[in-house]
Design a protein around this ligand. Structure first.
Ligand SMILES: N=CN[C@@H](CCC(=O)O)C(=O)O
Ligand SMILES: [Zn+2]
Length: 402
């Protein structure tokens, strides 16, 4: 079965090779067509629908079904490459304290670990499904989900198993923080937890995960040093996982350069960078994923995306949706913050939320609208994609259900 989607006033494909794309600075590298149509086909029990044809509406082929979007804009579905959706509990009071000056240091993660361990599978499943649905309703069609609020073998496996029910992009984050039960044991407790993360826990979690991640942040007493992070990432790679890193969130530190050295797909946060960090990223295949909702919700300074883009670094943006540093699932909000606060042009921010975010997940089947790629489309209830940052806070974007 095929479906013709027509009545598209602006079609953002993010396909830079597309013939006939508008060549205006405002829409640079977006592969933008006006008065366009898309044909999608396939899809069934085992396979997602794919794009079969893209072009001017006047040349569209016939299809089994047609829908008319009546002059709206269409973009590739957002790729949210960084989230922590498997959690229970509430930390809104911590947010309120930060708004009046209390700094974030990662200590609140223990609160969520306790609440998450205390929730049964059905409760957690409902929470995850609700959050994924909330994302789709705002245009997100792919989401990466980390564990990291279990921090025992059984609880980490459970988090990844539940995350796998809704996405292939699952990330083992046993190295989120050293949990309270091990911190109480001092240096020996910490060493025992590292052994667990790199040993029994990794072995149990690897079958449920594609990625391994670590909160590399020597400035936080709860997180991991550069050397500890190296050991964790190397163990993960030996177990067949691909690498991503939480780095340079609270201070300058080793995370970015470690991620580049080990060939991680992405290093996320990048709030505090030295010139050497920027240079390392610029010569690498590692994406810098910025998480502007975190700076919004922690009152930290926003990272300077312009500095990274100017050096030639690939910059993605994601929500980091989690109960501590950013409880927002809204990619449209992240696009707006990236433009308003981090020096990205609207076009750079939209690319960062789609095609560059796909690169951060080492995927080339999503993040663009092109023949043969997945038919993951989002509709903007406005004539131009520019309304996403322009009409901040207005729920204009939704995933197209096909
Ligand atoms: N920094 C580490 N992890 C999360 C926050 C987790 C939490 O505070 O619950 C982040 O990406 O910001
Ligand atoms: Zn995170």
């Amino acid at each position: 079965m095929s479906m013709l989607i027509t009545g598209i006033h602006e079609l953002v494909t993010c396909d830079e090779t597309l013939d006939g794309a508008v060549e205006e600075e405002l829409h640079a590298r977006l592969g933008l067509l006006r008065d366009a149509a898309v044909v999608i086909a396939g899809g069934g029990e085992d396979s997602a629908p794919v794009v079969e044809w893209v072009g001017p509406a006047s040349q569209a082929p016939a299809a089994d079904w047609a829908i008319d979007l009546e002059g709206r804009a269409v973009i590739p579905g957002f790729v949210d490459s960084h989230s922590h959706l498997v959690f229970a509990g509430d930390r809104s009071a911590e947010f309120a304290a930060r708004m009046s000056g209390t700094p974030y240091d990662g200590g609140g993660i223990a609160t969520t670990v306790a609440a998450t361990r205390g929730a049964d599978d059905a409760e957690l499943r409902t929470l995850i499904q609700h959050r994924v649905q909330e994302m789709r309703a705002q245009g997100t069609t792919t989401v990466e989900i980390k564990s990291g609020y279990g921090l025992s073998v059984a609880d980490e496996v459970r988090a990844l198993r539940l995350a796998r029910e809704v996405t292939e992009e699952t990330t083992y984050l046993g190295a989120h923080v050293v949990p309270p039960d091990h911190r109480d044991g001092g240096e020996a407790g910490r060493a025992a937890y590292l052994d667990l993360v790199c040993g029994e826990m990794l072995e149990a979690c690897a079958p449920h995960a594609r990625w391994i991640d670590v909160f590399c942040e020597p400035a936080s007493p709860y997180a991991f040093t550069g050397e500890e992070s190296r050991r964790i990432l190397e163990a993960g790679r030996a177990a067949g996982l691909e690498l991503r890193v939480h780095g340079n969130q609270l201070s300058e530190g080793p995370g970015v350069q470690l991620a580049v050295e080990l060939g991680a797909a992405s290093v996320d946060h990048c709030t505090f960078l030295t010139d050497a960090d920027v240079d390392a990223l610029a010569g690498s295949d590692t994406v810098a994923t910025l998480l502007p909702g975190v700076e919004f919700s922690t009152r930290q300074p926003y990272p300077d995306a312009r500095r990274l883009l100017g050096a030639g670094v690939d910059v993605a943006i994601a929500t980091d949706c989690n109960p501590g540093t950013c409880y927002s699932s809204s990619m449209p909000l992240m696009v707006a913050l990236a433009v308003r606060e981090m020096g990205m042009t609207p076009a750079e921010a939209l690319r960062g939320a789609t095609v560059v975010a796909a690169k951060a997940l080492r995927r080339n089947d999503i993040g663009t609208i092109a023949v043969g790629r997945r038919a993951d489309l989002a509709v903007v209830d406005a004539p131009s994609w520019l309304h996403i940052p322009y009409r901040v806070g207005v729920p204009l974007v939704r995933a197209l259900e096909v």
